[in-house]
Design a protein around this ligand. Structure first.
Ligand SMILES: Nc1ncnc2c1ncn2[C@@H]1O[C@H](COP(=O)(O)OP(=O)(O)OP(=O)(O)O)[C@@H](O)[C@H]1O
Ligand SMILES: [Mg+2]
Length: 207
């Protein structure tokens, strides 16, 4: 896969297949720590230790329609190639957390890609679980350790709250879906505007 957003969609779909009614997705682009973290937590059926171990093996799947499960091994490989890794915490009957880290500036890290499109695809699916989404961007200032010019921005929403506002209209109602598409695209676009502060970029910075 060419972008991380598509891997994320895959992991979100695992949560749905595991019967989750609540899913949380957190993305942190942490420039000071040079780390990108993707965390997906669900309240689905969970896995025992043996299932976790086998889930990371590309020839294991509990699907009946195909014989290899690739979602987790592919994401794990993408993380390891980019100086990070994938960790699964899970308990039968309680749910699952998949946490993936990447070297933020690693040359082999796949770009995050179109997160707004991934979120939209997930939320417009029939019987989509509730999603709590947080995407946080931390950029270093200049000089690198100057907290004054560091920036932090966040795009976050919770579909349970959005649904309450909609008073029974489904998220995939055409009017709601159009609004949602714009809301997600705008939220992600604003995060991309968080720029690294270069010398001279801030007026009066004395450099
Ligand atoms: N969130 C989860 N909750 C419970 N079990 C999970 C979860 N994610 C993965 N699994 C288990 O791990 C297996 C492997 O997952 P993986 O995404 O790698 O492949 P798959 O979903 O089976 O197939 P593919 O993703 O290629 O369509 C799944 O079949 C399922 O048994
Ligand atoms: Mg899968």
């Amino acid at each position: 896969m060419l972008e991380l957003a598509l891997h994320v969609l895959d992991i979100l779909r695992n949560a749905v297949e595991a019967g989750a009614t609540q899913v949380a997705l957190t993305i942190i682009e942490d420039e000071p720590a040079n780390r990108l973290t993707l965390t997906i937590t669900d309240n689905g059926r969970g896995m025992d230790d043996e299932t976790i171990r086998r889930a990371l093996n590309p020839f294991y799947t509990t699907r009946r329609t195909r014989h290899v499960g690739l979602g987790l091994p592919l994401l794990a490989a993408a993380a390891e190639t980019a100086g990070g890794g994938l960790m699964i915490r899970s308990r039968p009957g309680e749910g699952t957390t998949v946490e993936t880290t990447f070297g933020l500036d690693h040359p082999d890290r796949q770009p995050l890609g179109d997160m707004a499109a991934t979120l939209l695809a997930f939320l417009l699916a029939e019987a989509a679980p509730d999603l709590r989404y947080t995407h946080r961007v931390l950029r270093t200032g200049f000089p690198a350790d100057n907290p004054v010019f560091a920036q932090e921005r966040e795009f976050a929403f919770n579909t349970a709250a959005i649904r309450a506002e909609l008073e029974g209209l489904p998220l995939n109602h055409p009017v709601v879906a159009r609004w949602l598409a714009e809301y997600l695209a705008e939220g992600e676009r604003e995060l991309k505007e968080v720029e690294h502060n270069e010398p001279g970029a801030v007026e009066g910075a004395g450099v």
